[in-house]
Ligand binder design. Sequence first.
Ligand code: GLN
Length: 461
Amino acid sequence: MTDLTQHTLLELKQGLDKKEFSSVELTQAYLARMAEKRHLNAYITETPEKALQMAKESDERRAKGQVGLLEGLPLSVKDMFCTKGVKTTAASKILSNFIPPFESTTTQHLWDAGAVLLGKTNTDEFAMGSSTITSYYGPTLNPHDETKVAGGSSGGPACSVGAHLCAGATGTETGGSIRQPASFCRVAGYKPTYGRCSRYGVIAYASSLDVPGVLGHTVADCALMTQVMAGHDPKDSTSSHRPVEPYVQMLDKNITGLKIGLPKEYQELLPDNWEKALQFLKEQGAELVDVSLPHTEEAGMVYYIVSQGEATANLARYDGVRYGMRVDGATLDEMYMNTRMDGFGEEVRRRMILGTFFTSAKGYYDYFVPAQKMRALIKQDFDKAFEQVDVLFSPAVPIPPFTVEEARHGASKGRFNDTYLMPSCLTGLPAGCANNGLQVIGKMWDDALVLKVLDVVEMCK
Ligand code: GLN
């Protein structure tokens, strides 16, 4: 292997197993490339010393025959995951000095499996956005076209994979934040079933929607990382007791006889590779079935009402007392106000105000309750579709990446941006995007099947 950074996670795993290079050598290669590509702004915090120390310990374990599933593999972590002793900001000024005294469960699983932390990646502030322009640390650029954004909110993770600044990345999704940037940066991204991965230690945005997930060069890379991160956690009562399946071993490339649904509402703007992909899936023995998800259009509105309502409650804890920065004032109220006014960016403040209204005595019955009712109808759409088919197939995002300027003028707020992504978040369904921008959505807990179909989809270039 010449340039160590130009490989998939699974290839690097093999290389390490065959002792072609050490984890320290691999980590050094990534650290050098991160320095070279710093202008892309993929990372908020780089952790070179910690990375080299972890890599050294990994090589020592390997020498003793202790080899975890991710032994020696250098990863990036979205700055929404709390990492013990490593600054964790959610890309917000209000947390710009926050060093967590604990580790998130999912990242702990990665380290327990032998992975190495390269640093913390950029995101929209508190994961609120689609382009990283709301980050206190500025936008992340698209590795394939630096005039464009990397997408968001997991723009840092997507860029860190797309620009080969890590072997794989963690991300979070509340309303499309893994799949949209994955599609923009031409990498694979996977959002497991809600409850498959623990949310403990992941900075909360909207608790009924938040899902920790992964981004990688390939679906197979995503399958391996998901396998490691998943599992029950006594610290998160919404995490499932179901046993975790060996997702990578279950990628058998066989979809013969599988019924794949094509939601007609997800076909308004189709990418160039669409027809070819349909043909390819048929050749692989799948049966394509037209289905309908009639409440797709309402999902955007429902998402904003539910997520902002939940976010106001979650972000109430940033008050200048318990976490992060403080701006003093003459009274306690003034201190709260000054801290939140200075600490939160404009988009977060906007969402806090709306969310407070949606959950106020009046807004609750006029907006929040109707939104929850509509959320149930969106779920029913999927239930009906899954009576006919095994999985759903569509483009992840119907629009190409936009520029920073376009993002500032609301390009990401256009009705197309997250239309095909938000319904599966509101329903907790497993969904992913292959590195060719095509998406598969499955039934609850069908993570293994979704990953397997995505792995086949990815063969269609
Ligand atoms: N783009 C959506 C938003 O602006 C989704 C964000 C997310 O999934 N975290 O909120």
